[in-house]
Design a protein around this ligand. Structure first.
Ligand code: FES
Length: 209
């Protein structure tokens, strides 16, 4: 059984860091349109839970705090939080492993990435959290980084151009408390072709015309 507690807190209050972020966010909207801040404020709440509990999720009391701040009915916030996949409405592990299995990633080996995640994290099925509470595994649709498929998103970072062994190595590093550099894992620079640039190889000089 996972060590992640499934207890819903009975109280939530924005901390000082969150209050600073909320002030910045709400300054972007006219006061009568502040309900538009629902998504960013839910992120603020989720990030605060991560800071305070180690698990990035949004309990109902935090949704209520967002509703109160935006002066909308709580149901308006529940609707948003339960519609978007990026909000976790129950506790998750310290690291959220999100494997893209849509077409580009699937063609480039997402099955191997998914298997490696299960093996290295000790998870049997998608949606589960590892017994040590470190990892929750999710399968997601296209993350919009197809040029570097296959992609594993860890929390907010993309680890790209993965294969099975590199995925296992990444998860083992996370277990050791290390956090490898996000981005391509095969030596590639950005989304350039493997092996380097194939066009625009000559220096064009600094002048125009
Ligand atoms: S298909 Fe995986 S990022 Fe697009």
């Amino acid at each position: 059984m996972s060590t992640v507690t499934n207890v819903h807190p009975d109280h939530f209050e924005f901390d000082e860091i969150s209050e600073g972020e909320i002030a910045t966010i709400l300054a972007k909207y006219p006061p009568e349109r502040k309900a538009s801040g629902a998504l960013p404020l839910l992120y603020v709440a989720q990030n605060q839970m991560k800071r305070q509990t180690g698990s990035a999720w949004v309990p109902t009391v935090a949704m209520d705090a967002v509703a109160e701040r935006l002066e909308v009915a709580p149901i308006r916030i529940y609707e948003v939080a339960t519609f978007y996949f990026m909000f976790n409405t129950k506790p998750i592990g310290k690291y959220h492993l999100q494997v893209c299995t849509t077409t580009s990633c699937w063609l480039r080996g997402s099955d191997d990435v998914l298997s490696a995640c299960k093996k290295a994290a000790g998870i049997h099925n998608v949606g589960e959290t590892s017994e040590d509470g470190l990892f929750t595994l999710s399968e997601v649709e296209c993350l919009g980084a197809c040029s570097n498929a296959p992609i594993l998103q860890v929390d907010n970072d993309f680890f790209e151009d993965l294969d099975g062994p590199r995925t296992e190595a990444l998860i083992e590093a996370l277990k050791r408390g290390e956090y490898p550099e996000p981005g391509p894992t095969n030596g590639r620079h950005g989304a350039e072709p493997e092996g380097g640039r194939r066009v625009l190889l000559e220096e064009t000089g600094s002048g125009q015309g």
